[in-house]
Design a protein. Structure first.
Length: 591
């Protein structure tokens, strides 16, 4: 495909679908709609306002807010104005905001509300390039802080011709956006993605999933992350889909039943939460309903495995769908959803098989910010997915495995480099154009990729054994009571684990354990519960090599969270921080 800018791609979609709905957002309990033409017009107006506020060509803005139309419009307006947007996670501390704003030399910061504004006010004296702050909602008396409603008037100071000039000089290979890595170790790096990176990758995704203007998406994952940008911001700009904004992660379940998306992307933690709630609800069913559900799930899982090999469905799968699967999908808001994806981190086989058994074929996408999101894409079609594998590469892209097992990628989706960090860029992209992922994996004879671990997270015991923590953690998460797991053992004489418990399942599992525990704290302190958990750990151990077995474990009294700084905004484990935060609990297992 020919190279083009993001602006050119958006203009084509606006010309084609001007009166169709681009964005939907809930205001005062009512879903408000924005057409493609209105979206485009607001982007141009906001771009002119940003120019009037002093945003220069090639300079940056930061966006600090939850998913909403203003986030999309700010991002696109920066691009139209010849500048570079860079998102900041809403969970970031003032210090973290300062690092990104200072590193990117942001001239404008767009904040969601007074709460996010307070972070920027606290640090703005340390941001010499900052010229203005714009609030998505609310206002402030400060002369350098502007409300969203102020922008149309400010835009009058800059002509459409001046904006058109900035648009005209942009080239497909120019840097289009900055994605700051979530920083599981050290400070985040600014990933520079070009217009061509974004449009080429988005077009491959659109073509492979056969997306079109009739598709509906729900935007709820952090927009500072490339996965959410590709799915709900850039792919719709190419295909003309409608993106609806969830009110919050807590209200995602309700919003799903209202939006009823046709394509849904979840990170593993979201799928695990859905699974936990469904399991807890199923436990309350009558004996008859439980028997029917168990029968249907057995059929569903068999159908899932048959489909991937293009084999015939098991008998009575239609009845199972009518009695169970269709009702489950409708209850979840998935009744018209045709594609279910998991991305951003490894998902356990237990969760994959759980959803396949309910007629919800969750397939995996593997990638990273440095390759504009997806490097592989699995689809629920024969020979295009295998349960537990990340699937084949994007059409037109390459994947290879280095001698040490590292996954390498090459193609038009590979980024331009790290912003102001040539040394890190040289370490990541080699002389032959291969992007070094830092992940360890394997490729089967059909070209399917399977990720086995992070290269830097492999545990090497004091006995010299190489252990994959993610494989062990995936197995341990199949224990019903367990919510999250982190395995420890680097340079240790044996392997241990920290467990968090699923609050949805504690009472049910406590009853099975003959424990009187009613909550996580009580379960963590109860010997009956710990003995019950030990038996299930013993079973997992029986499936492992001796060096991999879990010798001791500790139950923590609360789950890992973004707020607690144990998880990144995309819910990946921050191993270094967890090790430090729970060092006393860890050391107690090695006495």
């Amino acid at each position: 495909m020919d190279k083009q800018t993001v602006i050119e791609a958006m203009k084509k979609t606006v010309d084609k679908f001007s009166h169709q709905i681009a964005l939907k957002t809930k205001i005062n309990d009512k879903w408000e709609e924005i057409t493609w033409q209105a979206y485009y017009d607001q982007v141009r107006t906001t771009a002119r306002a940003f120019m009037a506020l002093g945003l220069g060509e090639g300079n940056t803005i930061n966006i600090l807010g939850n998913n909403c139309p203003q986030w999309f419009i700010s991002d696109m307006a920066a691009i139209f104005a010849g500048a570079i947007p860079g998102g900041i996670y809403t969970t970031s501390s003032p210090e973290q905001c300062q690092y990104i704003a200072a590193h990117s030399q942001a001239e404008i910061v767009v904040v969601e509300d007074a709460g996010q504004l307070a972070k920027i006010k606290e640090i703005r004296e340390n941001l010499p390039d900052l010229k203005a702050i714009v609030m998505m909602t609310g206002s402030d008396d400060d002369d350098r802080i502007f409300s969203w409603e102020d922008l149309p008037k400010i835009a009058e100071k800059v002509s459409n011709e001046a904006l058109d000039h900035r648009i005209a000089v942009q080239k497909p290979d120019d840097c289009c956006t900055l994605i700051y890595t979530s920083g599981t170790t050290g400070n985040p790096k600014g990933v520079m993605l070009s217009h061509d990176n974004i449009i080429w990758t988005g077009q491959q995704v659109v073509d492979m999933v056969e997306a079109n203007h009739k598709d509906h998406l729900i935007s709820y994952l952090p927009l500072s992350h490339i996965a959410e940008q590709v799915v709900s911001l850039y792919a719709p700009i190419i295909a003309g889909c409608t993106s609806s904004f969830a009110e919050s992660l807590d209200l995602l379940g309700d919003n799903l039943t209202q939006v009823r998306p046709t394509i849904f992307l979840g990170v593993p933690r979201v799928w695990e939460k859905i699974q936990a709630k469904m399991t807890a609800a199923g436990a309350q069913n009558s004996w008859v309903k439980k028997k029917i559900a168990a029968w249907a799930r057995k059929k569903g899982l068999a159908a899932g495995y048959a489909a991937q090999e293009n084999l015939s469905n098991p008998s009575m799968i239609g009845l199972a769908d009518k009695l169970v699967f269709s009702k489950v999908r409708e209850r979840l808001g998935f009744d018209r959803c045709r594609l279910f994806f998991s991305a951003a981190a490894p998902i356990s086989m237990d969760s994959l098989e759980f959803f396949h058994s309910l007629g919800i074929p969750v397939t995996e996408v593997y990638g990273m910010s440095e390759c504009t999101g997806p490097a592989t894409l699995s689809l629920p079609q024969p020979f295009k997915y295998r349960i537990g594998w990340a699937g084949p590469p994007l059409t037109g892209a390459e994947i290879s495995i280095a001698k040490d097992g590292e996954v390498l990628m090459r193609g038009r989706h590979v980024f331009k480099g790290y912003f102001k960090n040539k040394e890190a860029t040289a370490e990541t992209i080699d002389a032959d154009g291969w992007l070094h992922s830092g992940d360890v994996g394997k490729i089967d004879k059909t070209g399917f990729l399977k990720i086995t671990d992070r290269k830097k997270e492999l545990l090497i015991t004091s006995g010299g054994e190489n252990i994959s923590p993610q494989i062990l953690e995936g197995k341990l998460k199949s224990i019903p009571a367990v919510s999250q797991v982190i395995v420890i053992g680097d340079n240790r004489k044996y392997i241990t684990a920290l467990f968090t418990l699923d609050p949805e399942k504690v009472r049910q599992e406590a009853t099975a354990a003959k424990s009187s525990a009613q909550n996580i704290g009580q379960a963590a302190a109860c010997e009956h519960f710990k003995n019950y958990l030990q038996k299930q750990v013993d079973f997992v151990n029986s499936t492992l090599a001796r060096a991999q077995t879990i010798k001791k474990f500790t139950i923590l009294e609360k789950e890992f969270s973004i707020e607690g700084d144990e998880l990144t905004p995309t819910m990946k484990l921050k191993r270094r921080i967890i090790h430090e935060k729970y060092k006393n609990e860890i050391e107690s297992m090695y006495i």
